[in-house]
Each structure stands twice: as C-alpha cells, then as structure tokens.
Write a protein of this length. Structure first.
Length: 129
C-alpha cells in the first residue's frame, strides 16, 4: 500500500515522496478469502483531530511521526519546494517533518476530521529523507 510522506530535506526544507507499507503476512479465512496484513505498528495515544473549513496553518512541523487517515473533509499540505497535495476521506498520509521549516496546512472542504496514529520508533516507517 503506497502512502504519501512529507519529510525534512537535508537543507531543512520539506518535500513529498511515496513510501510502501508492506503486507508481510497472508492467511486464508474460514471462507477461503486471502487476507493480507502489515507488520504491527507500534503506537500509543491515537487521536481524532478536527479543523474548520478554511482553516490555515502557516509553516510548522509535525508534532511527531504519525500515520494520518482522513475521515471527512479535504486537507491540503504545502512543502517548501512549492508543491501542494490534497487528501480526502479514506486517504492516508505520513507526516515525517518533525524538524526544519515544516509544511503548511489548509482545510479545503470541512470541517476536516483526521485520525492521528503516532508511530513508535520500531514501526514499519524507518525512512531517511
């Protein structure tokens, strides 16, 4: 499963890339369906976040590495290289810019509601930007 990540570049700016959440396990259920799962994701303190339509946050960092799943609304992120990307209901992204200049955030349609899943240090997402 591919997920968009935004991260801190070596110059302190931010950029997007794509990462893969690998499905490492397969099993058949009682009805013969092939089920696939990723490795377990270490997490604590899952939160639901809400921001109003039109809400804007200027340059800031992600408070922690986390997997975000949009529940409703449309959320837009901007990086220092000038790129903007949007996510809607059912889509996931990975904020990984915990230092440097960070990113901007804007609610395009709202309110936006997002499920924040903080990532433990040993989770599947140990990437270098």
């Amino acid at each position: 499963m591919r997920v968009t990540r935004f991260y801190t570049k070596s110059d302190g700016g931010s950029a997007f890339d794509e990462v893969e959440i690998p499905f490492e396990n397969e099993s058949l259920d009682n009805w013969g369906n092939l089920l696939r799962t990723s490795a377990r994701i270490d997490s604590s303190g899952v939160q639901v976040f809400e921001a109003p339509e039109g809400g804007f946050q200027d340059w800031h960092n992600a408070p922690r590495r986390q997997l975000c799943i949009v529940l409703s609304g449309i959320w837009e992120i901007g990086t220092t290289d000038g790129e903007l990307r949007r996510w809607g209901p059912g889509e996931a992204f990975l904020p990984d810019d915990v230092d440097g200049t960070g990113h901007t955030s804007r609610v395009v349609e709202g309110p936006v509601r997002i499920l924040f899943v903080p990532l433990g240090e040993r989770s599947f997402v140990n990437f270098d930007g």
